[in-house]
Every structure is written in structure tokens, then in C-alpha cells.
Design a protein around this ligand. Sequence first.
Ligand SMILES: CC(=O)[C@@H](O)[C@H](O)COP(=O)(O)O
Ligand SMILES: NCC(=O)COP(=O)(O)O
Length: 243
Amino acid sequence: MKDILLGVNVDHIATLRQARGTTYPDPAHAASVAEHAGADGITIHLREDRRHIQDRDVYVMKETLQTRMNLELAVTDEMLTIACEVKPEFCCLVPEKREELTTEGGLDVAGQQDKINQAVAQLAAAGVKASLFIDADKSQIDAAVLSQAPFIEIHTGCYADAPTEELQLQELARLKGAIEYAHSVGLKVNAGHGLHYFNVKPIAAIPEIVELNIGHAIVARAAIDGLDKAVRDMKRLMIEARL
Ligand SMILES: CC(=O)[C@@H](O)[C@H](O)COP(=O)(O)O
Ligand SMILES: NCC(=O)COP(=O)(O)O
């Protein structure tokens, strides 16, 4: 059986922190817990609007991660400068829209080939392996090969969000075809977005996938699984205060 890696995305821990402007919960702390639980890497997305991960988090995690950082970034001068300074092991280039709830689609590599080629070369010169977050589309895969990025991450959102089982099976077949093709042309293939406890298995079974990046479902599960202890701890403190 071939190994598959899990990259845990801790953006959603930072979302909770930013909602109140507190210092907790700390994504670096969450990353450490995830690593102790077996995460093979930590994914963070420094969005241009800084809605969750902050610059400071990136620099702190560069010092504290025991595994490796996969830093997701938009293809802008500001972000590429940060990536070249931080030098994460991987940098995943993603599309970004300010008003989106989450990353809605893959990066259009074919439509901005020169810009992506330059970004991949800039990262490579800094010793950072680039990954391109793309849809399961042959023309985007071919463009990724042209860019010389060693990795792609296939966006699994269309599969995860498919409204019926039939459409989900169609999406799964499309993902499998694209992943097989990408692997055959020499790319290392990761996948992720929208994966959760009830839809991950058919994706994890695709043998060419190196790593899955999963965040929202894991953080949501952690909140529910940890709630019992969290309530007990608070109640105990309150009772202790009256003793
Ligand atoms: C590119 C990607 O899929 C992740 O960065 C994911 O989007 C993280 O969550 P947000 O979309 O909430 O930033
Ligand atoms: N690149 C996908 C990712 O990092 C995690 O996405 P999600 O599980 O939070 O939807």
C-alpha cells in the first residue's frame, strides 16, 4: 500500500481568533497539536486581506513547525516577496478574490503563463518548491508542466460541493482522469478543498495523490470533540471560585 500524506490547514483556527481580535486560539499552537497527532505538514493561506492568518503567524510558524510549511499565496509581488523571505518548503499559488467566502476555483495558469512561469522561477531561486492550485483541467495541467512547477494541488471543491450523488461520481471520475494525466506527465499531485469525514475516502484512494490538504472539517470536528472538556473546565473554575 502506498503512503498518503496529510497537510493540516490551520487557517480556520486563525479565523476564530480574528473574529474577536484576541491572541487565542493561536494557529501555531494548533499546528503543533496537529503535528503531534500525525500531520505530515501544515498549510496556511496568507490572504491579501489578512482575514485569518497574519504575517506574524507565518514568521512564527517558520520557527516552530517541526514538519514543513505549505504557504498558500496569491500571485502578487507582495506575496512572492514574503515567500522568498520566509522560504517555506512549499508555496502553493492560489487565485484570490477579496469578496469570496473561500477559494472558489483553480488558478488560471494557462491564461497567465508568463506571470506564473516567472513566479515559479522566483520561488525556485529562493529554494522554495512551487505548487499550483488548479482545477482538474487538461489545459491547466499542461500549463503547469510548462511553468516547471514540481507540484500541483487539484481543487476538489467541485467534487465536495456536488449537489447529488450522481454529479459527485461524475466529478470523482473527472478528478481521477486529471490526476492520472498529471502524474503521467511528471507532476507530483496533491489535492484538497472541501474534503470532510464523509467524502474523503474516494479521493484518498486515488493512488497518484501524494498529499491531501484538509482544514475546515478537521477544525470543525475539533471544536465539537473538544466542547465537552471545554465546558467542564469552565464550570470547574467557576465552582472553585466559590469554595
Ligand atoms: C486554497 C485553499 O483551498 C485554502 O486556502 C482554503 O481556501 C483555506 O480557507 P479559506 O478559503 O477560508 O481561506
Ligand atoms: N488547499 C486546500 C486546503 O488547504 C484546505 O481546504 P479546506 O479543507 O479548509 O476546505
